[in-house]
Design a protein around this ligand. Sequence first.
Ligand code: SF4
Length: 389
Amino acid sequence: MAGLYIHIPFCKSRCTYCDFFSTTDETRVNAFVEALRLEAELRKSEVDEPVKTVYFGGGTPSRLQAKHLDTLFETLYRCYPIESTAEVTVEANPDDLTEGYLSLLTQQPVNRLSLGVQSFNDKELRLLSRRHTAQEATDAVKHAQEQGFHNISIDLIYGLPRQTEAVWQENLNRATELQVPHLSAYHLIYEEKTPIYALLQAGKVTPVDEETSNAMFAMLIDWMTQHNFIHYELSAFGKEGFFSRHNSAYWKGEKYLGLGPSAHSFDGSSRSWNVASITEYIHGVTSGEPYQEMERLSRTERYNEFILTGLRTTWGVNLPELRYRFGEELYRYCLENARKHIDRNLLVTEKEALKLTRDGLFISDGIMSDLMWVGKSTINNKIQAYENS
Ligand code: SF4
């Protein structure tokens, strides 16, 4: 079992770019925590392996109060075989991380914090409707370090409207000055139904052009690697020993159990997800009515996920494992489709794994989709071409 994921669907306010499931109505936190406690009890038989990671995501888990954390940690540790060395991460908003709240977290088994900083520029923070300032983000990291949290990750977003390379560089400078051992950096995506998407549609914001996006991604990679971070996943950089164990397990296809509304689970062959509604979730858990959907993944769907998650990482797609798990046909299909990218130095095989090169990182989506299975007749045609060549 890779881990437990716990979705906390509350935020004090909503950010303009976010399409995660959460609500600003915090009047139901107590009822929600009680339902979550019950779900954890009801689903304990689904976990039959030691739990190596526990991840509180959201939403904003730092909206939980001491009594909620007490209840949830007591329940999780009683119901699940969580290893004593487990990585236990809590996502937090910088303005929630007061010294008082941090002190409260030190009394729980939390040993990793993931802070939604997003930017160290106040203008950008306002555009994103973040509720903290750059100074508050800096203070939150420093206070966390003073209270003994050294495994800290911060999130940044780049490619914001009107963001210049100089501003992005300033963000990177501030991130590394803080001496945190992990950074996740995401390009802004204009998700439908978000306020920033509406601004885009109304012509009130202009996306950065592709050249600027690529330049910012290159700056990110260069800056972080110069500062001894390992670029171990497309969006993730960690110092040695500080990679996210929870996310790494996910990218390696390990099992996880997700609790809370909208949380996903994977048992090695099926994927399931809880309803994205607090009302329906509480009702379902407490009444016994269904609140989950499930799909059994076909062999080719599992192959596609293997390609997608493997290529994202520095470990790449392990070719002997691919052949063993998915058979000769898909193995050959993968190699045939990889060939043109290898010839153009976008993919490389190293230690029997297929990996993106630095140039390949910039067009990873296209390469992944080329390697994914698209249909039986296409496979046969491509394999035939491979065998005839
Ligand atoms: S980005 Fe985080 S804090 Fe902002 S609305 Fe989304 S989940 Fe809430």
